[in-house]
Design a protein around this ligand. Structure first.
Ligand SMILES: Cc1cc2nc3c(=O)[nH]c(=O)nc-3n(C[C@H](O)[C@H](O)[C@H](O)COP(=O)(O)O)c2cc1C
Length: 398
């Protein structure tokens, strides 16, 4: 029986276990949307995840929607990411970059020359973003012209090329949470009358072009996609036929042989089962013909739910978001069924090391040696699953 702690090869990526660190925006990039040394420490601390999906990262200045998010559209950013991928690889971890265009979830103060954000529509979202002034209503967007869309597709592919140049093991396209791809997919948002709007095939066109361009640029075995078929976040109204839309999206994607699909079940950060949706219907469509690709599930997973998801075969990997914020050694804590530390929600977005890199690991002594959690021998013991005695909290042995 396959367990959460077993290694997995999906696409061209080999991971030591099936626990994914979900992408988490933390708004700590430097001026010029540059990744920082503090970010390298943060990701290095979490490198025992089978795969880290690094935080959403804009593919262009226009793709930015929040203050302090990193970019992957110039040489300085690409160089700076290299320090982060090196730090994770030195711990034998794997890291993919989440490629992001926010579309209309932005504010003129974050856009080049104060221009309007762009979207599939000119209708403003009833949503907020995080600017230099704190939380503000998003700005009214401008609907993209049909002839501008190839530029954005090319920027996604260029972001993917840069991500691989920066040492990432792969990329995850952000097709979730009401951002640009969903603004094209859902008929509740997309009000276009050109070849990118109207019929289901037309609404699928832009996301499919993005995925095909990236797969052609870096290889499908390093390319994944994140989806959230029914999430309401960022004013993403339900599609009139979400099941049909996402079934067909997956059917069209299957021949590309992507490395993974990462699906947020239900309302991101909220109820997983509030809106009826058959996720297994998507998984079976994807896995048919893609047996070595990973089906990653997310949203509100506990240890017990994650173990069950992998052991039952309903998922190949499980992504944890909030638990990774306050538990850098989450993999070890899950492995040994240790208590999880609570997250401080005051320090999520922006700031310094507080609430970012200062969450402690449990102290631990691998049996027969004297090393703390985080030391090389701890990492090796945690990966191999050999017996480890946890000192802090309840003492447990495998
Ligand atoms: C602080 C914070 C930042 C997030 N940033 C992103 C992001 O950059 N990209 C994304 O796709 N989801 C983002 N999410 C959603 C998480 O990846 C995840 O889907 C959500 O937290 C539910 O998983 P969990 O219950 O394991 O936390 C974010 C969530 C939180 C709490």
């Amino acid at each position: 029986m396959t367990t959460l702690f077993d290694p997995i090869t999906f696409g061209d990526i080999e991971a030591g276990n099936r626990i994914v660190m979900a992408p988490l925006t933390r708004n700590r990039a430097g001026p010029g949307a540059l990744p920082t040394a503090l970010m390298a420490t943060y990701y290095e601390q979490r490198a025992t995840a089978g795969l880290i999906v690094a935080e959403a990262t804009q593919i262009s200045a226009e793709g930015q929607g929040y203050r302090g998010t990193p970019g992957i559209y110039n040489d300085a950013q690409t160089e700076a990411w290299r320090h982060i991928t090196d730090a994770v690889h030195e711990q034998d971890g794997r890291i993919a970059l989440q490629l992001w265009h926010v579309g209309r979830i932005s504010h003129v103060s974050l856009q080049p020359e104060g221009q309007a954000p762009v979207s599939s529509t000119a209708r403003r979202a009833n949503a907020q973003t995080f600017t230099a002034k704190g939380f503000e209503e998003v700005s009214k967007p401008r609907a993209l012209r049909s002839d501008e869309i190839p530029r954005i597709v090319a920027e996604f592919a260029e972001g993917a090329r840069r991500a691989i140049a920066a040492g990432f093991d792969g990329v995850e396209v952000h097709g979730a949470n009401g951002y640009l791809l969903e603004q094209f997919l859902r008929d509740s948002i997309n009000d276009r009358t050109d070849q990118y709007g109207g019929s289901e095939d037309n609404r699928l066109r832009f996301p499919l072009e993005v995925m095909a361009a990236i797969a052609a640029e870096i290889g499908a075995g390093r390319t994944g996609l994140r989806l959230s078929p029914v999430t309401p976040v960022n004013d993403a109204g339900q599609d009139s036929d979400a099941q049909g839309l996402f079934n067909h999206l997956i059917e069209h994607l299957a021949p590309l042989k992507l490395a993974f699909i990462h699906v947020i079940q239900g309302a991101t950060g909220g109820a997983r089962e509030g809106v009826p949706f058959d996720y297994d219907a998507l998984r079976s469509r994807f896995k048919k013909g893609n047996p070595v690709s990973a089906w990653i599930v997310n949203n509100g997973y506990t240890r017990a739910l994650a173990l069950e998801a992998v052991e039952s075969g309903r998922a190949d990997m499980v992504a944890f978001g909030r638990p990774f914020i306050s538990n850098p050694d989450l993999v070890a804590r899950l492995r040994f069924d240790e208590l999880l530390a609570a997250m401080d929600s005051e320090t999520l977005y922006g700031g310094d090391a507080a609430g970012y890199t200062d969450y402690p690991e449990l102290e631990a002594v691998p049996v027969g040696s004297e090393h703390r959690v985080g030391s090389d021998s701890w990492q090796a013991a945690a990966r191999s699953g050999s017996a480890v005695q946890i000192i802090a909290g309840a003492v447990k042995k495998e």
